[in-house]
Write a protein that binds this ligand. Structure first.
Ligand code: ADP
Length: 748
């Protein structure tokens, strides 16, 4: 059977705009060119397809240069009334045939994707009509027997089946998180209450996750209306007790589509009225509105959209899905292909459940991690822990931070302390890492000891890279006995993991170490075993991307090449991912090293580029890629060889990468992991011997690995895991960074 090879590809953005759409368009264009396929941008959504003419434009490698950092979509988006009618779609088909286009990559919401599917179903009928009315030749129609649709979901609401994240959702969540952080600080100064309204007509994702990320005090979402009729009273009671416990601000987050059990809308103004009348609080309303859609896309939205765009074209060009409508999404950290209409229908089912007041069903459809986040939030909003069950003997559980500081450590520590207290246990904080433990810097933590810790970067408990040895173990065993510690949660990086493993090995010498131990990965380097990502890496990545955006802007008036050095030690994660997210021409990874010959080839490429009009070059270099070919060496080499064509500047980003307020992703995942760690310690406290483990996110799920297995999984010499999933993305980074020789000739 011969596989029909599709002709040309069209790409459009449609419906509401979303940050990251540009990255997807760029990836579609560059991947298509890499595969020798012509690719056309269709401007202004379906309007452009119906209008044809200048709205359908052949793209070159350079047409999508310099757009990764831009919010919205450079090819425009629109809502098209004409495309809803068959007559409009007939015209659209004719316009596509004019350019031999029979595959479309559509980046939009469920409306846009439904429209695309209708179009695909009608395709042969439309072509027949075009032939009969003499608008296209029979031969032309025969050449394009069917239309292939690849859908990518562009929507800030994260409201679609077939993908765990939609394009734009991570950025919108981050924008909301920053706004609520800002509101919290002014609210706290005046002891005010704020009601913050966020987008989401049928989907509470943004409201729920931003509440979890910011430590908001109450949230109202469409899928799970308050379960009692007098919810106002219950809410006010909890908010009041929060005030009494010393909380200085009250934040209530309301999703646009929030409602009560009977389906009546709960508006932000109504919540304000309730707070004013029942609590006598000075209350303000902030409706975040379109701010949520705006601004530069986050690092995640840039690289995820790049991977999706790449996969969409890959699928089309392979001919495997010829004539089908499919959705390319990301599920469990993998790029997946699903039947388009099945995803649209399931998405609509949630809205239907909400309308029919089937809230349990709506929550079930949202999935387990959404439900789990909601449960966790309901614990956090309490001002004080629940009363412990009578007869339960409380455990004494300790939390320690170790390794370099990572944004999100505090969030995870706060979550662990509060969730432990809520389960009726005594929580201890060990200050200043294992150094502090040796010295007995230990204290009991209370509910309000961790207030405000969601937002702050660094480590409030204090951390360092001390790895104990010799007599240190004796001192630590003494402290464990003295404080009667019955479980240890280590939140930190590689030195923390090594120490935890040593404690396990020393169990035979010190019976005090016979307590459950669990490590939670927190390191910007992302070099820890058992987890696809570690807490802090997302924040560091975003800091790098923001810095590189600014560095690139500084060069507008000159021909310049930048060599940017990023952290990561012997792990190239930050380098590769920031390279993908900023459009670097070349990324030097410690996993690959670099030779003089390679640098020479890269230099040749730069010279060729600048000679043919290039104005900006970007090289990202991991700090440990080669001890001799340092950043300064590379810069000097490129500067010297660049002659008059371009000059070179180096930027060593340094410790800014370790600091900063954690991103919503790091806060949410830190909270999620901490919650599971506490459960582990409680469960293992009764086992003999008690478990020792490290937790992580694997394929989007929480996974717990046995600490005994750590040496097997680690490349000790390089302090990084033996298997690193993200190395597979190098192929895609290469396609995005440099035109293949054949594309180079055709499209420069
Ligand atoms: P979103 O894609 O963000 O859900 P809309 O629902 O507004 O946004 O859809 C965007 C555009 O997609 C519409 O203006 C229309 O042109 C097209 N569209 C939506 N639904 C259909 C449909 N059932 N049939 C044909 N076209 C549709």
């Amino acid at each position: 059977m011969s596989v029909h090879r599709p002709k040309n590809i069209g790409v459009l953005t449609s419906g509401g705009d979303a940050q990251g759409m540009n990255a997807a368009v760029r990836a579609v264009v560059r991947t298509a060119l890499d595969r020798d396929t012509d690719v056309y941008a269709i401007y202004e959504g379906y309007n452009g397809m119906v209008n044809g003419g200048a709205s359908i434009c052949k793209m070159t490698w350079d047409s999508v240069g310099g757009i990764l950092h831009k919010g919205g979509t450079i090819i425009g988006t629109a809502r098209s009334v004409e495309f809803r009618e068959r007559a409009g779609r007939l015209q659209a088909a004719r316009n596509l045939l004019e350019h031999d286009i029979d595959s479309l990559v559509i980046i939009g919401g469920d409306g846009s994707l439904t429209g695309a599917n209708t179009f695909r179903q009608e395709w042969s009928g439309l072509l027949e009509e075009l032939v009969e009315t003499g608008q296209v030749s029979r031969e032309m129609a025969d050449r394009h027997p069917n239309l292939t649709i690849a859908g990518l979901v562009g929507s800030i609401d994260n409201d679609m089946f077939g993908t765990d994240m939609t394009i734009g959702a991570d950025t919108a969540l981050q924008r909301i998180t920053e706004a609520i952080d800002a509101i919290s600080s002014t609210a706290a100064s005046h002891q005010r209450s704020f009601v913050v309204e966020v987008m989401g007509r049928h989907c509470g994702y943004l409201a729920l996750m931003s509440s979890l990320a910011t430590g908001a005090d109450w949230v109202l979402i469409p899928e799970s209306p308050p379960d009692v009729d007098n919810w106002e009273e219950k809410m006010c009671e909890i908010l009041q007790s929060g005030r009494e416990a010393g909380r200085r601000d009250t934040i209530v987050v309301v999703a646009e589509g929030a409602r009560d059990r009977n389906g009546n809308p709960i508006t932000s103004d109504y919540v304000k009225q309730v707070l004013e009348e029942r609590l006598g609080e000075d209350t303000r309303v902030t409706i975040l509105g379109h701010v949520q859609r705006g601004g530069a896309p986050s690092a995640f939205d840039r690289y995820m959209s790049t991977l999706l765009g790449y996969a969409a074209v890959d699928e089309i060009v392979s001919g495997r899905s010829n004539g089908e409508a499919f959705l390319i999404g990301m599920q469990n950290n993998q790029i997946t292909r699903s039947p388009l209409m099945e995803c649209v229908e399931k998405t609509r089912a949630v809205a239907k459940s909400i309308t029919a007041h089937n809230y349990d069903e709506a929550m079930d459809l949202r999935g387990s991690s959404f439900k789990e986040a909601f449960r966790t939030l309901r614990t956090f909003v309490r001002a004080l822990p629940h009363e412990p069950p009578s007869g339960q003997k409380p455990l004494r559980l300790a939390v320690i931070n170790a390794g370099g500081p990572a944004p999100g450590m505090n969030t995870a520590t706060r979550a662990a302390v509060r969730l432990g207290l809520d389960k009726g246990h005594i929580m201890l904080g060990i200050r200043n890492g294992f150094r502090g433990m040796i010295d007995g810097e230990i204290e009991e933590m209370h509910w309000m000891s961790v207030a405000g810790w969601t937002v702050s970067g660094g480590s409030e408990l204090g951390t360092n890279r001390k790895i104990p040895h010799g007599r240190d173990f004796y001192a630590m065993a003494r402290q464990i006995e003295q404080w009667d510690i019955q479980g240890l949660l280590m939140i930190g990086g590689w030195s923390g993991y090594q120490t935890a493993y040593e404690l396990l090995r020393e169990r035979e010498n010190f019976s005090a170490f016979n307590i459950p131990i669990i490590c939670l990965p927190a390191s910007i380097n992302n070099n820890l075993p058992g987890s696809d990502v570690s807490i802090g890496a997302d924040t560091a990545l975003n800091s790098i991307v923001e810095a590189v955006d600014k560095i690139k802007q500084s060069a507008v008036a000159s021909r310049r090449c930048f060599v940017v050095e990023v952290m990561g030690r012997h792990c190239g994660y930050l380098s590769l991912m920031s390279g993908l997210a900023t459009g670097a021409e070349r990324v030097y990874l410690p996993e690959e090293g670099v030779t003089l010959r390679e640098m020479q080839a890269d230099l040749e490429y730069m010279l060729r580029g600048f000679r043919s009009g290039k104005r900006l070059g970007l090289i990202i270099r991991n700090e440990a890629v080669n001890p001799v070919y340092t950043t300064s060496f590379m810069s000097a080499l490129f500067e010297e060889e660049g002659g008059d064509l371009f000059d070179v500047r180096q930027a060593i980003l340094g410790h800014m990468q370790q600091g900063g307020s954690p991103t919503s992703f790091d806060r949410i995942q830190g909270t999620r992991l901490a919650s599971k760690c506490i459960d582990f310690l409680i469960e293992e406290a009764h086992n003999d011997p008690p478990g020792a483990a490290f937790i992580g996110l694997q394929g989007g799920r929480v996974a717990i690995s046995n600490l005994e297995d750590m040496p097997r999984m680690m490349d000790y010499a390089n302090s990084r895991p033996k298997r690193q999933w993200w190395l597979d993305l190098r192929v895609i980074a290469k396609v995005m960074a440099q035109p293949a020789p054949h594309a180079d000739l055709d499209n420069h």
